[in-house]
Design a protein around this ligand. Sequence first.
Ligand code: UN1
Length: 494
Amino acid sequence: MADVFLNYIGGEWKPSHTGKTFERRNPATGELDGVYTSSDAQDVDEAVAAAKEAFTTWRLTPAPKRGEILFTVARILEERKEALAREMTAEMGKVISEARGDVQEAIDMAYYMAGEGRRMFGQTTPSELRNKFNMSVRKPIGVCGMITPWNFPSAIPSWKMFPALVTGNTVVIKPATFTPKLVIRLVEVLIEAGIPAGVVNVVLGSGSAVGEPLLKHPDVPVISFTGSTETGKQVAVTAAEFNKRVTLEMGGKNAVIVMDDANLDLAVDGILWGAFGTTGQRCTATSRVIVHRAVQAELAEKLAARASVMTLGDGLDESVDVGPVVSAGQLETVHSYVEIGKAEGATLIAGGEIATDGDLAKGFFHQPTIFDNVTRDMRIANEEIFGPVLSLIPVDSLDEAIDIANSVEYGLSASIFSQNVNNAFRAMQDINTGILYVNAGTTGAEIHLPFGGTKGTGNGHREAGTAAVDFYTEWQSIYVDYSGKLQRAQLDTE
Ligand code: UN1
């Protein structure tokens, strides 16, 4: 089993009892990238039991000490950043510069949550009675089940694990089957940094064989899920049956508004980065450009010119702009939307084809694609594509632009390019998304602010920043009466 990556349960690397494996191939080259043990409910039971046992001591480990382990995690990740980034590119395809950014996001989160070990602020309040002391403290909840996606293989697992750990919870994580390696690497770093046995457990395998039993396990009171809206809604329904606390980060259909007074060259930079970074496979990707008619033609021309010369290829080559999509299935989905856009009558102004020249034929490459003259009711203007396809929707006013920006079922990220401060503040006030940018694209969230979305994107929770600390803790309000007599609140007041 030497070449098979294993589960990590109760402080030991071990194969699943199923004896089965699954493999992952590099989406740029088709080469074998890793073989993984393929688990099921029995492995989940074992991992949850280990996490439950470890919770009894980890919850009492002083929070600053837990934070120090995360500080060490950050230091090790810094040393290993380049190696991890290279493994990430080989595993899921994003270009190497962006893979470095993904690891950096985990480093940032480790430092942030390390500091949280010395904060975890609660409240003290006055009492309405004399000789009585009131306070609220944060308590860990227990075993947290985490189901993570493949598009940010270091960042998103770190957003979930580090706040859960610093606040005293234990973890069972099921990484996406496309990116188990990067989560294993993260756990190796946690082990080196001194995380005790059982505090973090990894179970590898599919959503149905591992994710579902984890979701339904009675000893897992917390579930954190990032993935599609379709699956997320089912997660919410199941979690509700078991009265679990659940955070959902789901789809996006993020819009950039370009007003007639925008700095167009800046808008072009922001849009291309937002639309084609990570090959469009971000929840926060720019997939709609809502453009004022006065600048539509000029913007379309500039975008098409730049998109058409972007270099496709293996992301390990520093000169490559756009890597592959993650899988054959994803390539098919992306391309089906190109056909849908054409059939709906949108004007194709860049790309549109699956790319198969030379070595590209070995991987899953799709040309950066732009449609112009898209209307608000078209499917390509409403459905999440999760690939390098961008739609330009012309409008006559800011009111119309904001109305269209808000008209989709999702509410993750949006942006406005305008040099008019009044337009910017109108957008900030009236756009209904969890994240909003002014004069930047729709991607680039930093880990110290809440991350998440409104409407179909989420369920009201946020990840990152202090919002994550809220999610992974339960409040306990404590009243200490040192008067030596019965004092009845609301009755014995002065
Ligand atoms: C995601 O797309 O799921 O803001 C996460 C961004 C990144 C995180 C994206 N920092 O685009």
